[in-house]
Write a protein that binds this ligand. Structure first.
Ligand SMILES: [Zn+2]
Length: 67
């Protein structure tokens, strides 16, 4: 995925499952680095945008939080 668009609080599905067996995360920081929080266990991890784009499978746009 090269041209992926996402914003803060979007839910994302990652290619790899977390240690807790979920692959659903939420974006908690959107900048030069991306921070995502595991929806299941609450663990947060940070990575740079390039790495994030390589690892993300799908962005679930959170319509209800859009202005
Ligand atoms: Zn987890």
């Amino acid at each position: 995925m090269n041209n992926i668009s996402f914003q803060l609080n979007d839910e994302v599905i990652m290619k790899k499952k977390h240690a807790c067996q979920t692959n659903l995360w939420i974006i908690t920081r959107n900048g030069a680095d991306i921070k995502i929080k595991c929806k299941n266990c609450g663990r947060e991890i940070m990575m740079d945008r390039l790495e994030f784009m390589k690892k993300v499978k799908k962005v679930i746009t959170n319509e209800k939080t859009a202005n």
